[in-house]
Every structure is written in structure tokens, then in C-alpha cells.
Design a protein around this ligand. Structure first.
Ligand SMILES: Nc1ncnc2c1ncn2[C@@H]1O[C@H](COP(=O)(O)OP(=O)(O)OP(=O)(O)O)[C@@H](O)[C@H]1O
Length: 341
């Protein structure tokens, strides 16, 4: 450790549609939902992250909650900037003079446009960064799960986040072919809301649907180990009064089926366009699932049955991207080929 290492304010950020994570000095120091709550009249930020999430869908007319990212990219520039600033402030370094004023490595979806890229860079600069480096999410995910991406050895990453599913074949520090599907966790959540309304006449909010997804979200109506039924509360559409019902994981599998099929299609397409030598590598190495969507029960098995390939779930799928981004920050020289300016 260098003499002045305690002063370093370099950070790595996984700026996600659902969650934003920050690594500072090799440690995940911030892990918060990507959401802010604002006072509608004054424009003042009232809460960020978990506290703002608790207010989501429960606000009165003076407060609004904003999720600044949509489909993996910044949809509300001002809100994104305020959120990044607020999240950086949450870093507890024990140094009250801390401000992320040096280098920031931030990851971006692979299917992003120049304008969207610019928005990420500007937001980070406005939040205090002197130098901003960007890295594609699937590359960061691969590094995060410990794959040596510099080797001439093809590996397929399927990163299922909140807004996008990034499917990429990586070799020699680059993405050889990729598919970006705008179907991921947020769409799964909406599928569940729609299903509950259609099949049970029950109106539920996004947060309740997300809890159902996390508890019994399933890619197959028949799992090897069955999941317990889940109690759901919401508003009865017929009577207008609150009610509680039980749902089974098979019902949730049914509600997610179409969306999961679209992700499968993306995987099949990426496999079809892979150069044959890399196909041979993927046959041996299999497919790696990262991102929160990797935690849908039975998804690995379903993709494996479809592709006839081994499918592995990353050890800590929600942190794979930020861990990889942190590695890039630590070894900027080694990972120069993967940096996007
Ligand atoms: N146990 C779980 N089962 C199913 N889904 C989960 C689980 N835990 C988290 N998720 C979902 O994963 C998504 C968030 O994943 P992640 O943090 O990887 O995405 P992100 O990086 O914010 O999004 P993106 O990469 O699209 O910008 C959310 O939709 C969340 O509901």
C-alpha cells in the first residue's frame, strides 16, 4: 500500500437500471436501488436508494420517485446526476473530505448509442470525476466471475439485469458477437402484475410483484425442488377492497414464460452468429449467467435444455459486474483494450 493510498478516491460504479453498486478500495461500499425521491415543488432530493424505494408507489402529491435509468441507459439526466452524487456521498471512508474527484470506471450496456454513452460520461463528470472510463457490462461481468478475458478462449456471458439482458461472446479482451435484449427483471415484474390482474382480478404494485419474483420466480412449472406457495396482498378489482390470495410458483413460471422465451431466442441467435472456433470453446466452457435475473429458479436448467450446453450461475450474480468494474479500475493498464473513452 502506498503512503497516500488512504486518500485515493477512485471508484468503480455499476450504474444499473435496478441497482447501483460502488466499489472503493476493493470493497463494495454502496449497494442501493437506483431510485431517488424528490419534492415536486422545490425539486429538493428527499431520499436516495433504499429509503427512496420504501416511498415508491406510496407517495403523496408533493413527492415523486424517479428511477433515472430505463432499459440500462439514462432516461432522466438530471435525476441520474443527483443520484450518482448522493450515492457517492454515502461512501463512508472515515475521511470527511472524501469526494470522488479522481478516476471513475463505470460500466455500460453493450448495445448503447453514442448519445447514451455521452450521458453516462457527463453525469459522472458532473458528479465530480476528473477521468471517466467506461467498460461494457458483459466484459465486466466476465472479469467479475474470474474469467481471464485476455485469452483466445471464447466464453458466453448472459447478464440478465433490471432493464436489459446482455448476451455476449467474449475472447481476446473483446466482444466478438452480442445480442442486447430489452427484456429483463423489470419486464418479469410487469408480467407478474399483469398475470395477477388477468387471472386473479388482483391489482398489485411493482414492489409486491418484485417480492413475488424474488421468492418464487421460476422458469419452469415443474422444478426439481418445489417452492412454497406465496401469499400476495392487493386490491380486488371487482370489489375494490384489499384481499389476500396464494400463488404457486407454477403460475409465476407461466406468467414469465413468454419473456424468458425471448431471452432464449437472443441466446440462440448469439450462438448462431459465433465463429465456429468460438462455438467449440463455448461447447466446452458453457454459458455463464450473471445479473439478478440469473436467480430465477430453474433458468439455468431451462437454458441448458434449450442449448444443450452446460449453464453456470455466477457465485454472486448481482455483484459480478461491479466486481469486474473494480478489477478494471485496479488494473487500468492491463485492461486498456476494454476501456471505452
Ligand atoms: N432472487 C431474485 N430472483 C429473481 N430476480 C431477482 C432476484 N434478485 C434480484 N432480482 C432482479 O434482478 C434485477 C436487478 O439485477 P441487476 O442488479 O443485475 O440489474 P441492473 O444492473 O440494475 O440492471 P441493468 O444491467 O439492466 O442496468 C431486478 O429486476 C431484480 O428484481
Amino acid at each position: 500500500m502506498g503512503l497516500f493510498d488512504f486518500l485515493t478516491s477512485d471508484i468503480a460504479i455499476d450504474l444499473g437500471t435496478a441497482n447501483t453498486l460502488i466499489i472503493h478500495k476493493d470493497t463494495v461500499v454502496v449497494d442501493e436501488p437506483s431510485i431517488i425521491a424528490m419534492d415536486k415543488t422545490t425539486g429538493k432530493v428527499l431520499a436516495i436508494g433504499h429509503t427512496a424505494m420504501q416511498m415508491h408507489e406510496k407517495t403523496n402529491e408533493n413527492i415523486k420517485t424517479i428511477r433515472p435509468l430505463k432499459d440500462g441507459v439514462i432516461a432522466d439526466f438530471t435525476a441520474a446526476e443527483m443520484m450518482i452524487r448522493g450515492l457517492i456521498k454515502m461512501i463512508d471512508t472515515g475521511n470527511r473530505f472524501f469526494s470522488a474527484s479522481h478516476r471513475m470506471v463505470v460500466c455500460i450496456p453493450s448495445g448503447i448509442t453514442e448519445v447514451e454513452k455521452r450521458a453516462v460520461k457527463d453525469s459522472c463528470e458532473h458528479a465530480g470525476a476528473k477521468e471517466v472510463y467506461m467498460v461494457h457490462e458483459p466484459i465486466a461481468a466476465a472479469i467479475g466471475i474470474g474469467i481471464d478475458i485476455t485469452q483466445p478462449n471464447g466464453v458466453m456471458i448472459v447478464d440478465i439485469g433490471g432493464g436489459t439482458t446482455e448476451i455476449a461472446v467474449i475472447a481476446l479482451s473483446g466482444i466478438v458477437c452480442e445480442q442486447s435484449v430489452r427484456i429483463a427483471g423489470d419486464v418479469f415484474t410487469r408480467d407478474i402484475v399483469d398475470y395477477m390482474r388477468r387471472e386473479h382480478n388482483l391489482l398489485i404494485g411493482e414492489r409486491s410483484a418484485e417480492l413475488i419474483k424474488m421468492a418464487i420466480g421460476s422458469a419452469s412449472p415443474e422444478l426439481e425442488i418445489a417452492l412454497e406457495d406465496y401469499q400476495v396482498r392487493g386490491r380486488d378489482l371487482m370489489t375494490g377492497i384489499p384481499k389476500e390470495i396464494k400463488v404457486t410458483y407454477s403460475e409465476i413460471a407461466y406468467s414469465l414464460d413468454k419473456s424468458i422465451s425471448k431471452i432464449e431466442e437472443g441466446v440462440m441467435k448469439a450462438l448462431e452468429i459465433s465463429p465456429p472456433e468460438l462455438s467449440a470453446d463455448i461447447f466446452k466452457n458453457g454459458i455463464w449467467l450473471t445479473g439478478g435475473g440469473a436467480l430465477i429458479h430453474g433458468l439455468d436448467r431451462r437454458i441448458s435444455q434449450k442449448t444443450k450446453l452446460p449453464v453456470h450461475i455466477a457465485e454472486d450474480p448481482l455483484k459480478a459486474v461491479v466486481k469486474g468494474t473494480g478489477e478494471v479500475l485496479k488494473n487500468l493498464e492491463l485492461y486498456k483494450p476494454v476501456l471505452i473513452s
